[in-house]
Write a protein that binds this ligand. Structure first.
Ligand code: UDP
Length: 251
């Protein structure tokens, strides 16, 4: 186990808490068992979810790192705690869709399951009070959240993340339908992938299962009351570990 000490609570979100450490270049993230959906209108405690999401995220961040993509991840602290670099989070949620699902099919006449090639990239304004609205180019410009160059950098990085994750998940029998990532700037101004990458933030379908509900191995099981949420997340971890067994512990 690492010698880092947990400092003060810096931020508490719906699924994670962020704490300082004695090293200003490191913060600690605790993954909670809280599950929320529909802007926290639906809530539950799912024992074991925090550990599963932390371990899955750690392995996926290591995968991105191995592919040369920058992330905030430094290593595991314990099974549900991660050591990361502190970043200034860009208040934009980047969603990449390889297959139509979720909000896209509620807002557009596109049938669920329709392949999207090239993948669709949607930007949302990260603000719960406004319900994370979809951004247009013009709205993004008015808000002045990022420069045009930074936006381009964010989009290029997000698409590269998609390429790496798509191939990785396909190799373990999972279809990456869509996912959300958050990005941040480090103290030196580098853009890195931050937050988490887990079944809370990705839609993942088991390629070996035909049934449109049975194949779901992500948070849609919670959103749609399908049951077996933790079991599904456990299956995702098992598949991911088939390719890369153990995440590194930060030392
Ligand atoms: N997503 C997320 N956090 C959000 C919104 C979406 O992690 O606040 C993920 C979601 O799990 C899915 C993808 O982003 O993998 C696309 O979500 P969508 O826009 O379809 O919204 P939803 O159907 O979740 O309302």
């Amino acid at each position: 186990m690492s010698a880092l000490e947990i400092g003060q609570l810096l931020y508490e979100g719906k699924a994670k808490r962020v704490f300082s450490s004695a090293d200003p270049e490191l913060v600690l993230v605790e993954f909670k068992d809280d599950a929320t959906a529909f802007n926290a209108l639906k809530k539950a405690q799912l024992a074991g979810k925090g550990t599963l999401n932390c371990c899955i995220s750690a392995l996926l961040f290591e995968r991105l790192e191995a592919a040369g993509l920058p992330t905030h991840y430094r290593g595991l602290f314990s099974p549900n705690w991660m050591v990361v670099r502190p970043v200034r989070i860009v208040p934009i949620e980047v969603v990449i869709r390889n297959v139509a699902a979720g909000s896209l099919c509620k807002q557009m006449p596109i049938a669920a399951g329709t392949p999207l090639d090239p993948p669709l990239l949607d930007l949302y304004y990260k603000d719960d009070a406004f319900g994370d609205p979809l951004l247009t180019e013009a709205r993004l410009m008015i808000l002045g959240l990022v420069s045009a160059d930074q936006q381009a950098e964010i989009e290029v990085l997000a698409r590269r993340v998609n390429q790496v994750l798509l191939a990785f998940f396909a190799a373990v029998g999972l279809r990456l339908v869509d996912f959300k990532i958050e990005l941040g700037f480090t103290s030196t101004g580098a853009l890195v992938v931050a937050d988490e990458i887990s079944p809370d933030t990705c839609r993942l379908w088991d390629v070996h299962v035909e049934d449109s509900q049975e194949r779901i191995l992500d948070k849609d099981r919670f959103r749609q009351d399908l049951g077996g949420v933790v079991e599904a997340y456990g299956e995702v971890l098992k598949r991911v570990q088939g390719a890369c067994p153990q995440a590194r512990v930060y030392q």
